[in-house]
Ligand binder design. Structure first.
Ligand code: ASP
Length: 519
């Protein structure tokens, strides 16, 4: 059975297992704090369990509760004493939010958690452990994949004879289209705001306060590692790792023999091996999706999938806009090439990308398609396409941006703070670099997202949720990645004198179908 079907099966079985848990196991919830008080008086918090939901929300012993509610109209019986309040609290479901107004008009919300002693929590524990193992496996890949993939890619071009005009053109195209893609993602996700008010049931992290102390200069400053090994030891330092890998790769390419070929060989081999290891980890995705979905549905029910569906639509429409508006404009204006004709010629590569979710696996098909059907010379394709498959990922840049802002919107709306412009800029820049650092294999974009979230101080549970629905989005963004690579090859080929889309052997002939080149 192909991987898509296995992932879908994993998801369906996960939903079934989660629903079964919801139906057949007893659950009780707790807020992680106790109250005392006589009927008719304001209740006082007497104890807060360390690390529990109350503690996470910022409750402290001694605070007085003036008002408490769950939904509109679902007010706590504050006048009936401590016990009545606690039984009201327990009458709610897991992940439900309880709003408390405390003395001094301070407002806090507590997200209820399952009592670890209840039957459902005990049933869920193995699923949670499985999900954690799976996420750890993915995180294990982050640092070595970024380091080897970027270093190999950059070392390969920095040393070549072609680096110079062709290199500058190629990098210019790659960086500007990826940046545009991240901007399109940013615009659409801000316009449609899929994360605002989404009921994802994820608790708000304490130390996530976007907008505080992060200016553009700050970001630049913090991109430079003061200790490379320190940076490599923390998944959250992705920008530093990327910057170092770019520099290291560049100077490998620039160094003299025999050092250059030794180091290139070393990193290429390490990259190959990491791709093998990543391929192995990614084979476990169907099982990972199974345990994750079972855990999420078992904990919170089916409702979390509604905002996720909207999120998928947002990603899909942003990808569509980038592919049918932005890239065709590049083709037409910069390259003078008919976008429709180029698209028709590229169908085999795009279909392969869509069905494999891997730029690296698609590369031979992309090269063949761009050369044979697109009539771009081998000199151009052999330089631009392998590089493009590693570092030019418009779909991934867009996806990182939409995904991270979606989750931040959720946390911001739950936690009651705003995402500043500097934060959004930070996300765009990180998304761009993450797309450069992502390997061309299925779900690599999601692995990179874990790193961005850690860099922002956001919990990675959010990305775990997104993993459940990653495959279809991965298929789409990989097709966009390849579409952008191929457009780049066409534009650069044309600028270097290739007669793009025209039959090379018979210069007088028209390409099959239509006159494709506007001159
Ligand atoms: N699967 C994508 C690719 O190979 C990378 C990603 O996950 O975004 O292009």
């Amino acid at each position: 059975m192909s991987i898509h079907w296995r992932i879908l099966l994993g998801m369906a079985l996960g939903v079934l297992a989660g629903v079964a848990l919801q139906f057949w196991t007893e659950a009780s919830v707790l807020g992680g704090f106790q109250v005392v008080g006589e009927a008719g008086q304001a209740l006082e918090i007497s104890a807060v369990e360390a690390g529990g939901p109350g503690d996470k929300a910022g409750l402290k012993p001694g605070m007085r509760i003036l008002d408490a509610s769950a939904d509109e109209g679902d007010l706590a019986p504050l006048q009936d004493g401590g016990e009545a309040f606690e039984s009201w609290l327990r009458g709610h479901s897991n992940k439900q939010r309880i709003r408390l107004v405390l003395e001094g008009n301070q407002e806090l919300s507590v997200i209820l958690e399952l009592d670890p002693e209840c039957a459902r929590a005990r049933w869920l524990a193995p699923f949670a452990a499985g999900a954690d193992i799976f996420m750890r496996l993915l995180r294990m890949l982050i640092v070595p994949l970024i380091l080897t993939s970027i270093t190999t890619g950059v070392a390969g071009i920095a040393g070549g004879r072609e680096f110079g005009r062709l290199g500058a053109k190629t990098l210019g195209y790659y960086i500007s289209t990826s940046f545009m893609a991240a901007l399109v993602g940013l615009m659409i996700v801000n316009l449609l705001q899929p994360g605002v008010g989404a009921e994802l049931g994820l608790p708000v992290p304490e130390d996530f306060r976007p907008g505080e102390g992060r200016s553009f200069l700050d970001i630049l400053q913090r991109m430079i590692p003061s200790n490379v090994f320190g940076a490599l030891s923390d998944n959250g330092n992705m920008l530093q790792i990327i910057l170092f890998s770019l520099l290291f790769g560049f100077f490998i390419g620039r160094s003299k023999e025999p050092h250059r070929s030794r180091m290139r060989g070393l990193f290429e081999s390490a990259f190959e091996i990491m791709m093998g290891l990543a391929g192995f980890v990614l084979k476990t995705i169907p099982y990972g999706v199974f345990v994750l979905v079972a855990k999420v549905v078992g904990e919170t029910g089916f409702d979390v999938f509604r905002p996720l569906l909207f999120y998928m639509l947002v990603v899909a429409s942003a990808l569509l806009i980038h592919s049918v508006v932005v890239l065709p404009l590049y083709l037409r204006i910069v390259g003078g090439i008919s976008p429709l004709a180029w698209f028709r010629a590229m169908v085999p590569a795009l279909m392969t990308a869509f069905s494999t979710s891997s730029s690296a696996v698609t590369l031979p098909v992309t090269m063949e398609t761009v050369e044979k059907r697109g009539k771009v010379s081998n000199k151009i394709t052999s330089f631009t396409l392998p590089l493009g498959a590693t570092i030019n990922m418009d779909g991934t840049a867009l996806y990182e941006c939409v995904g991270v802002i979606f989750l931040s919107q959720y946390y911001a709306s739950v936690g009651g703070f705003d995402l500043s412009v500097a934060d959004q800029l930070f996300v765009v820049m990180t998304a761009l670099l993450a797309s450069i650092g992502a390997a061309g294999i299925p779900s690599a974009g999601l692995v990179m997202m874990l790193a961005i979230l850690q860099g922002l101080g956001l919990p990675i549970e959010g990305a775990a949720l997104l993993l459940a629905i990653d495959r279809p989005l991965d298929m789409m963004r990989t097709a966009v990645n390849i579409w952008s690579d191929s457009c780049g090859a066409a534009i650069i080929g044309k600028s270097e004198g290739d007669s793009v889309l025209q039959t090379l052997a018979e210069p007088a002939g028209e390409p099959p179908g239509e006159s494709a080149v506007d001159s």
